[in-house]
Write a protein that binds this ligand. Structure first.
Ligand code: FE
Ligand code: FE
Ligand code: ZN
Length: 277
């Protein structure tokens, strides 16, 4: 069975998201842990969490992805910005322990001219301060498109972060199809080659989730503009190969395409029809 879902608003709590996912014929979803702009996060409602866990179990949900605000920058040149990222992530990880064993995805950050080397060190040092042997959450580094000074545009940069993290078994990778395509990995005509490269540099065992997005721009454009499935430069045939690829087909696929809920429902239906059981 294809494990698929989409990005949902978390404003009404976990049960609301689970019900929305079910209505979309999804068995997973992604949500922001807090408002992308602000620092405020709702405190956990234990009843909401308990009811959510019951629904997720009954409907055999695939792993759900919590996404850190994309405005956090763990490798900023500003110490206060780094401290804020650290505090927000620490609080997110604390709240995620109400649903143990989850996935927490974040953008490694932008080195803002300090160089990728420095960025990698700052990101790893933040993870080293956050992760403890008791952390049950797997933290995911997202593959980035490489716009501006983004760290994580190449598999090598993600590997370098992993190499610096002490509790590195608690860190995995989330592959965003739009981002890797825009970063220059040709997943349209050479999916096998790209995944072989991922395996050689990072290891496929580290890959825990896929952000399934088409791209408005050509391979290597370093733009990061998501497009609806089948309507961009990746295209529907490549999407079909991606969801069916032996190395990927059992992972949770999360849509972050420019859609309302009805558009997501349609994409989920389309992708389910292209999945070979
Ligand atoms: Fe993201
Ligand atoms: Fe993404
Ligand atoms: Zn993106």
């Amino acid at each position: 069975m294809l494990h698929i879902g989409c990005h949902l608003s978390s404003s009404k709590g976990s049960v609301a998201m689970a019900k929305q996912a079910l209505a979309l014929d999804a068995d997973t979803f992604q949500y922001f842990t807090r408002n992308p702009r602000g620092s405020r996060a709702k405190e956990i409602d234990p009843k909401d969490v308990a009811d959510y866990l019951a629904i997720a179990k009954e409907h055999r949900f695939a792993p759900v992805v919590a996404h850190a605000p994309y405005t956090l920058n763990a490798c900023s040149a500003e110490p206060r910005t780094r401290e804020f990222a650290q505090m927000a992530m620490a609080d997110d990880l604390r709240r995620m322990e109400y649903t143990p064993g989850g996935l927490y995805n974040f953008h490694p950050g932008s080195h803002v001219g300090q160089g990728a080397e420095t960025g990698i060190q700052l990101i790893a040092s933040q993870l080293n301060q956050l992760l403890t042997p008791e952390t049950s959450t797997t933290v995911l580094l997202e593959t980035m498109a490489g716009k501006g000074t983004e760290v994580g545009r190449s598999f090598e940069e993600l590997r370098a972060i992993l190499d610096e993290v002490e509790l590195s078994e608690k860190v995995g990778v989330c592959l965003d199809t739009c981002h890797v395509h825009d970063a220059g990995y040709d997943i349209v005509s050479n999916l096998d080659g790209v995944l072989t490269e991922f395996d050689r540099v990072i290891g496929l065992s580290r890959l825990k989730a896929i952000h399934l997005n088409d791209s408005m721009n050509p391979c290597g454009s370093r733009k990061d503009r998501h497009q609806k499935i089948g309507q961009g430069h990746i295209g529907l045939e490549a999407m079909e190969r991606i969801i069916n690829h032996p190395a990927l087909r059992k992972l949770p696929f999360l849509l972050e395409t420019p859609n309302e809920l009805s558009g997501y429902a349609e994409e989920i239906r389309l992708l389910r029809s292209l999945y070979r059981e």
